[in-house]
Design a protein around this ligand. Structure first.
Ligand SMILES: C[S@@+](CC[C@H](N)C(=O)[O-])C[C@H]1O[C@@H](n2cnc3c(N)ncnc32)[C@H](O)[C@@H]1O
Length: 328
């Protein structure tokens, strides 16, 4: 594992938090949220606070990187997507149904920690391919007092490497990297966001892993997957690329929830355009000072423009955001 400077700060914060008695931890988090924690907490360097943020969610406080942290492995800084997925799960009642929750790409743990589950004995599992993300998840597990398994896992390697035999009703909640990225190697965006040209690569890896996982389930056990996606969309024919691909993998078992009220395409921390968004607007991502290196901005703009042209020649017109809800 490569330790970057910013990771050292995280380790330092984690050690500091560990020294606090449990009952003081939430108070500490409140102080940090209020912005005066550094004064009261001697061992914490102010630099640490500049690099970190705490997302206050309904059921959890989640420490993660600031969007301004540079580097491919910057941990996902935002909680809005997790919150949206949690709202969906609550609306459908899946949080009352599940006795195991698995986030295969947990980031700092917004979903794995922040999703309420009715069953007090339900097991939570948080996996990610980034050791830096898991370091945050471990801090957040500790700070929120959550009982949860954490594991380093590439979703492309499958999802069966731990004992889940006791679980009867398994809920996957996946928010894989889904922003189209026109650079196949050495992408323009950080790992937490960067997908392939269609935005579908990691989602498809996850769907295949779910399928393999579901094949291994014995009678009476059930699993469901809730997956937040960007998909390319042909408005004239009302065709969503990823919905078609998911339906091919799971015939008759996929519901598609197009997210009417959600904006898409995050630029400088803000989702900027109505859903669905014309493909030409993808090039605006090149202006994102958090995600795209200054030295590559012009290259990124041209690459997104030519990607939009290629996709339009294939008949696609928009980028759309929605939730795949799959009975596995
Ligand atoms: C959009 S973030 C979502 C994080 C978290 N679930 C949330 O909603 O806040 C996507 C996460 O996928 C992880 N990731 C990227 N490639 C992966 C892979 N092949 N297998 C597992 N996780 C991966 C990234 O490290 C990142 O933490």
């Amino acid at each position: 594992m490569v330790i970057r400077t910013s990771t050292e700060h995280v380790s330092e914060l984690r050690k500091s938090i560990r020294r606090l008695p449990q009952e003081q931890v939430s108070e500490f988090l409140e102080q940090v949220i209020d912005g005066n924690g550094s004064r009261n907490f001697g061992t914490l360097r102010s630099e640490c606070l500049n690099r970190l943020r705490i997302n206050k969610m309904e059921y959890a406080n989640v420490l993660t990187d600031q969007p301004s942290v540079k580097g491919f492995d910057r941990t996902f800084p935002y909680s809005d997507e997790a919150q949206l997925m949690i709202e969906y799960v609550k609306e459908k009642g899946y949080h009352e149904w599940a006795d195991m929750l698995i986030d295969p790409a947990c980031g700092a743990g917004h979903i794995a920690i922040g999703c309420p589950l009715k069953d007090r004995h339900a097991v939570r599992v948080a996996l990610d391919a980034s050791s830096r993300a898991l370091e945050f998840t471990a801090i957040n597990r500790y700070c929120n007092g959550t009982d949860m398994m954490i594991g380093l896992n590439d979703v492309g390697d499958g999802l069966s490497q731990w004992d889940h035999s006791e679980a009867q009703r398994i809920l996957f909640m996946a928010n894989m990297p889904f922003a189209p990225d026109p650079c196949a190697t050495n992408g323009f965006l950080p790992m937490a966001s960067s997908s392939d040209e269609r935005g579908s690569k990691h989602t498809l890896l996850a769907l295949r892993a779910f399928k393999e996982f579901a094949h291994g389930l014995t009678d009476g056990r059930a699993a469901r997957a809730i997956v937040l996606v960007y998909t390319i969309f042909d408005e004239a024919a009302d065709r969503y690329d990823l919905v078609e691909q998911a339906r091919r993998l799971f015939p008759g078992r996929v519901s598609w929830e197009f997210l009417n009220d959600t904006k898409v395409w995050r630029i400088n921390g803000v989702k900027s355009f109505p859903n669905p968004m014309p493909l030409e607007l993808m090039a605006e991502r090149a202006n994102c000072r958090f995600d795209v290196a200054d030295s590559r901005r012009e290259h990124a703009r041209r690459s997104y423009e030519s990607l939009a042209e290629r996709l339009k020649k294939e008949g696609w017109s928009h980028l759309a955001c929605g939730i795949l809800d799959i009975e596995l």
